[in-house]
Each structure stands twice: as structure tokens, then as C-alpha cells.
Design a protein. Structure first.
Lengths: 418, 135
């Protein structure tokens, strides 16, 4: 590894190595802070805090706020002073004999601020990680291989969340988010680079490694399934898709996202392509269900159908409409009432299936709004549709009078849904 | 002494928490009316974004959240002086987190107080200086 080759000797000097990605340790030569397990938890936490904010001026009050909020000491500033004194001793013990403090770690107190000054004989892995990604970004437009090598080294350095994932501290959250985002960014950049080169095996290896660290990041699973499909491993792709949809639903309570729906379509498409098809069974494969009413679909597919319809329609034709149905338009947050929304969704599905025609399409755009595509509505037909929706809804649910706003907008060729 | 407030603006965030009520991130929910006029960033491009994503948003990176991100935690109150080179203005940035789940970043234009000075290029390249903390 890049760092190991330089951390024992660097120009004849012993290097202090600080590991923060996936865990925490400070090591120099054979000595490590973890081995000296009698170190107090508080001191380690204080050192972690200083390393996170290295070379920055820190007010004692800020340190108290972030680290010792639950402490009921009558003089917290004095307590901090004592802790920092002990931390200096620990650092001193770790240094080689006769070492100059300013070359390694030096906690100073100037003008009311504490500051951990990090000298030139210290290597912090998070800095190396950031530098490699920065180098990769710079090299990307000119030298893809060198960029890829830099990214690859960065990926190897990231062993998990900042200071390990087991420890939860409020002040750690933004820092941890930042390095996590950096890691994901480098994974996506690498996957794109490998995709361009058609190295799908390598994408699989990369994604499997990344999933070990970030198991719930949907985009990594999508890259993995896509590369499986490219390699013709359709059964693997199907079983991984089933696995990940189940896991995400269990963990996040989330249904299929638009991106996962898209990948499901790709799997289905690949599966159909591989199986033999002749003219006799083409019809069976294309016609999935018999449906005499309007077509209900998700928002993503609605966009697709709308844009397709818009492309093929005659621009002069003014009889095609989009309808927007909104629940409780005057109230600000109907979304808070989950039961009302559930009931409304069920009732509206029944009503629209009964009211709209076979060629119409509708979709739940969000919790409280429905979009409908109504082609070929002639002779003031929108009034009649609105009247029928209200009447059918009233017949269905006499007890619950929903407040609805129904708007009709003629489709214009320059308007597309994105 | 009264100072101009034309370029003062704020951003309001709401905390995202886990099912066990652990803080996870912030999401930007509101900006002041004059936001576009003050910084030329369209609010609709950033409202709804998570703070951790805003840090990486190169297209709208004018406010340099990278430096502020470590202080964006519930209950924290901090003040920073910050020079925004693209706007040629000094700001006093107030991070104000309440005990609930909201956080406000208030940018006060203090260019006039600074008499138009720009930061010294030799100051380790660090244009941000912690000046005080309000508790």
C-alpha cells in the first residue's frame, strides 16, 4: 500500500500514522495507541476531536458543547484544561525520544483558542484519501489510466465510516457523511470509467467490495446488476435484484424506486431476449393483461407515455388534455393525514377506473395529486369528465366528502414532463 | 449606526433523523426572498437537497459549505467571518441550531465594516476565521 511503503521511514525520520477511515488508531513504528488499552475513553475521544479539526482554532466552549454536553462539572473549562494536559502527556509518550513536538502533534493555546498543529512527519489517512480523489479528478480529462489508478488507491484506503461505524456522536455525523459521499463519488466515477472500457467483471468486483462497506446504497447495487446483465449472468442479476429489493424494503420501508423499476425492466428485457420467441407467441409476450378501462401506472412510466404521446400527436390538435386532480388544495399539509390519503387513493383508483376510457392513462404523481392523460376529448368533454368523477366519488363514499380540485390543461407540443 | 442589509440572506434546514431519533443530516427547506438577488443561485436548484449533497454541489458552490459542514449539527451555535471571492463580499455567518430539528444559516453582509479589504493571500490560504461563539 501507498502509505505503508512510507510510514516507517521517511527521509530517515519516523512517521506517525493516523488511521481514521473504518476505525481509529495512531501508530508510530511498533507503538500504537490501541495497544495501550489503559488509555481513557475520554482522552481518545478528545484526540479524535482534535484530529478531525486539526490545524483549526477551537474555542473551549465549542469543545465542551460537542464532547462534554452531559458533564455537570462546575468548571468545564478547567476540566478541559486538565484533559488536554493529560492528552499532551500521552502524545509525548508516543513520540520517539528527542523528537521535536512541532514535527508531530502539538496542542497549542493561543488567544483563547486550542489548536492541534499537525507537523510534517504525520500522515493522516483521510488527507491521503482526499488527495488521491482530487488527483483522480484532475487527471480524468487527460489521463484516464492514471485517474483510475488514483481512484483505485483511494477505494483501497476507505475501510469504513470515519472513525468506525459503531461510535455515534452528533459532531461526527457531518464528517462521516462527507467521507462517505467522497467514497461513493469515487465508486461511481470508477464504475463509469470501467463501463466506458467495457470492463464489466471489474465493475462487479468493485461493487461487491463497495457493498461490503455501504450495503444500503442503491446505486451500487444497480451498477452491479447492470454489469451482471452485460456479462449474461441473468439469473444472478434476478436473484440479486430480489435480494436487494427485499433488503431495502425491510431496512427503509421503501417500495421500488424509479431506478430499481428501470433495472427490473432491463432484467425482464434481457430475460425475454434470451428465451426463444416466434411469431406465434409474440402476441402473448406483448399483451400482459386484458384491461377494458384506463391504464394506471407509476409516475416514471406516466412521463414516458406522456412524452411518447406528445411526440406522435398532431401539434394542431387541441383535443388532448392533461388533468390534475388535487386533494384538499386549500389545506397546507394534507400529507400528514396518512389514513385519509390511503382511503382517498383507494377510492380514486376505483372511481377513475370506472370513469375514464380505455385509452386514458392516470398516475399518482404524489400522495395528494393524480395526473391523467386524456387524449381526444371533444365537445366540452372535460366538464362531463369532472362531473362524472365527482358523482362517482360521491356514490362510492357517501360519508367521506373529499375536497377536490380538478384542472384540465390542453396539451401543447412544447411541454414535456421531465 | 445602520448598515445596508440588501445582501443579507438566510437558509433554513430541517434535520433528518433515524427511527431511533439519531441525527443523520439536514435538508434545505427554505431560503430568504432575496436569496437569488444576493448570491445568484436559483433557490429551486438547491431547495430539497440534503446538506451532505450541497457540500458536493459544484454548480452552486458559491457559499462554500465545505468549511461550514462540520458545525452543522443540532443545538450548535457558531459565528464565522467569511469572505466570498465570487461576490467580493464579507459575511458574518451565524449558524443557529435550535433544540428542535431546525437550523438556520444567516449570512450578514459586513463588507462595509471591513472597509472593502480582501483577505491577505499569505494567510495560509484560509479565508475563514472563527471569531466568536454565541451561547
Amino acid at each position: 500500500m501507498l502509505l505503508f511503503s512510507c510510514f516507517n521511514k521517511w527521509g530517515g525520520c519516523v512517521i506517525l500514522f493516523i488511521n481514521t477511515l473504518g476505525g481509529f488508531d495512531v501508530s508510530i513504528g511498533e507503538k500504537t495507541l490501541v495497544e495501550e488499552s489503559n488509555r481513557s475513553y475520554r482522552l481518545i475521544k478528545l484526540l479524535q476531536y482534535f484530529i478531525t479539526f486539526k490545524n483549526k482554532n477551537l474555542l473551549p466552549e465549542t469543545i465542551i458543547d460537542n464532547l462534554y454536553q452531559d458533564n455537570d462539572s462546575p468548571d468545564p473549562k478547567n476540566m478541559i484544561r486538565g484533559q488536554i494536559f493529560r492528552l499532551r502527556q500521552v502524545i509525548k509518550k508516543l513520540m520517539p525520544e528527542g523528537a521535536i513536538e512541532s514535527d508531530y502533534l502539538n496542542i497549542t493555546f493561543k488567544s483563547g483558542y486550542y489548536c492541534l498543529e499537525v507537523g510534517n512527519k504525520v500522515v493522516v489517512d483521510k488527507d491521503e484519501f482526499e488527495k488521491l480523489i482530487f488527483d483522480g479528478d484532475q487527471l480524468m480529462p487527460t489521463d484516464i489510466d492514471a485517474a483510475s489508478a488514483a481512484y483505485s488507491s483511494a477505494v483501497n484506503m476507505y475501510k469504513g465510516g470515519y472513525l468506525g461505524d459503531s461510535q455515534y456522536e452528533m459532531w461526527l455525523v457531518p464528517v462521516r457523511n462527507y467521507y462517505r459521499r467522497l467514497f461513493l463519488k469515487v465508486i461511481f466515477n470508477m464504475a463509469e470509467l470501467l463501463k466506458e472500457k467495457g470492463k464489466h467483471e471489474d465493475i462487479m468486483i468493485l461493487c461487491e467490495k463497495a457493498i461490503g462497506i455501504e450495503p444500503f446504497e442503491e446505486s451500487i447495487h444497480i451498477y452491479l446488476i447492470e454489469s451482471m446483465l452485460k456479462l449474461g449472468k441473468i439469473k444472478n442479476a434476478m436473484s440479486h435484484f430480489e435480494y436487494i429489493t427485499e433488503v431495502l424494503e425491510k431496512e427503509n420501508g421503501a417500495r421500488l424506486s424509479p431506478a430499481l423499476k428501470e433495472i427490473e425492466r432491463k432484467i425482464q428485457h434481457n430475460y425475454n431476449e434470451k428465451s426463444n420467441m416466434d411469431v406465434a407467441n409474440v402476441k402473448d409476450k406483448l399483451e400482459l393483461t386484458v384491461n377494458d378501462g384506463p391504464f394506471l401506472c407509476d409516475a416514471e412510466y406516466f412521463k414516458f407515455l406522456y412524452n411518447l404521446h406528445n411526440r406522435k400527436r398532431n401539434p394542431k390538435d387541441s383535443s388532448d388534455f392533461i388533468s390534475l386532480i388535487t386533494l384538499n388544495p386549500t389545506k397546507k399539509t394534507p400529507s400528514a393525514n396518512r389514513e385519509l390519503i390511503k382511503l382517498w387513493s383507494e377510492d380514486m383508483t376505483k372511481v377513475l377506473i370506472k370513469t375514464l376510457r380505455k385509452g386514458d392513462v392516470f398516475s399518482f404523481w404524489n400522495d395528494t395529486q393524480i395526473l391523467a392523460l386524456l387524449p381526444d376529448v371533444k365537445d366540452n368533454g372535460t366538464n362531463s369528465i369532472e362531473h362524472r368523477i365527482h358523482a362517482n366519488l360521491k356514490n362510492l363514499n357517501q360519508n367521506n366528502a373529499y375536497e377536490l380540485k380538478i384542472r384540465f390543461v390542453p396539451i401543447e407540443s412544447n411541454f414535456s414532463l421531465t | 449606526m445602520e448598515y445596508p442589509t440588501k445582501y443579507d440572506f438566510y437558509l433554513k434546514f430541517k434535520a433528518i433523523t433515524s427511527s431511533s431519533n439519531k441525527f443523520l443530516d439536514y435538508v434545505l427547506i427554505e431560503v430568504s426572498n432575496n436569496f437569488f438577488g444576493a448570491v445568484s443561485v436559483k433557490p429551486e436548484l438547491i431547495i430539497g437537497m440534503k446538506f451532505s449533497n450541497l457540500v458536493f454541489d459544484k454548480d452552486n458552490s458559491l457559499l462554500d459549505f465545505h468549511e461550514l459542514q462540520y458545525h452543522m449539527i443540532p443545538n450548535s451555535r457558531r459565528k464565522f467571518e467569511k469572505y466570498v471571492p465570487e461576490l467580493g463580499r464579507w459575511y458574518l455567518v451565524n449558524i443557529f441550531g435550535d433544540s428542535g430539528n431546525e437550523m438556520i444559516l444567516f449570512y450578514s453582509d459586513i463588507t462595509k465594516l471591513k472597509n472593502g479589504k480582501t483577505p491577505n493571500q499569505n494567510e495560509d490560504g484560509n479565508k475563514e476565521e472563527l471569531i466568536a461563539k454565541s451561547v
